[in-house]
Write a protein of this length. Structure first.
Length: 271
């Protein structure tokens, strides 16, 4: 599943082809992903000029000169294909630029979404309105977390996955950041010390930034025909490493289930 770094990499890759470009042709090749495409999507976007791209949590935003922003979510399996040799049955939305580049949103499982949102109303759009601060933005600080988690008895792992606390953090990077900060994933969120939170915030920012950098280094390949945006491999310290030795102390990495999802951690290094 694409997480925040993959979405950020996707947005940066798309920007190379879209920023400042006119959308010469827009085609929906079926009616829906997880929900129907906006009925006026083709009408609004055709002929529009892209004025910039950005990301909020795990959503990609394509801003246009028509006071509307196309907001996409990659769901479980979505990715953008650049200049594909031919369109496949899972390419559900196609954007053709004035420079004749073809960008296809491919989503085999169709858990993704595409919305049109008034650009000046993005902050109050329902999925964004209740979100916490961006993990890479200035709003995520140890002081903010101390206040947001005060008195909370739920496990720190679960609270970090709550989009109202921090926007866009997923399972992989929460596991990695807790390991790096030496915090047990099962510790009650309100009981995590100020010193531990002061280690956690830079750990969150670092694991995300490193993943984005790793993705950025694969961006070179996207210039090739049929390039795909959004996926890259990275080495993790604990994620999906059950039974393998901890990179720090050598003890076997453990896997537990919290909130229906796996957590990997080192019981020796994380207290
Ligand atoms: Zn360890």
């Amino acid at each position: 599943m694409p997480e925040l770094p993959e979405v950020e990499t996707t947005v940066r890759g798309l920007a190379r082809y879209l920023d400042g470009e006119r959308l010469a042709r827009v085609e929906t090749r079926r009616g829906d992903l997880r929900r129907p495409f906006p009925p006026d999507l083709v009408q609004v976007l055709t002929g529009a000029t892209v004025t910039g791209l950005s990301r909020r949590a795990k959503y990609g935003l394509i801003h246009t000169d028509r006071s509307q922003t196309m907001v996409f979510h990659l769901g479980m399996s979505g990715r953008w294909r650049i200049d594909p040799d031919e369109l496949g049955k899972h390419d559900h939305l196609v954007l053709e630029t004035g420079s004749s580049h073809l960008l296809a949103l491919c989503d085999p499982r169709r858990f993704g979404s595409v919305d049109l949102v008034p650009t000046d109303g993005l902050d109050s759009w329902a999925p964004f309105a209740a979100m916490g601060p961006e993990p890479l933005g200035p709003g995520l600080t140890a002081a903010y977390l101390k206040e947001a988690l005060a008195g909370r008895s739920a496990a720190i792992k679960l609270m970090l996955l709550d989009q109202r606390i921090v926007a866009g953090l997923g399972n992989i990077y929460v596991c990695e950041a807790l390991f790096r900060a030496g915090i047990s994933p099962v510790r009650a969120a309100g009981k995590v010390s100020a010193a531990a939170l002061a280690r956690l915030v830079p750990a969150i920012k670092a694991v995300l930034a490193e993943a984005i950098e790793a993705g950025g280094s694969t961006l070179r390949d996207y210039a090739q025909p049929d390039g795909e945006l959004g996926y890259f491999s990275k080495q993790f310290d604990v994620y999906d490493r059950e039974g393998q030795p901890c990179v720090r102390c050598g003890a076997p990495i453990r896997r537990i289930v919290q909130g229906g999802r796996s957590t990997w951690y080192c019981a020796g290094c994380q207290k």
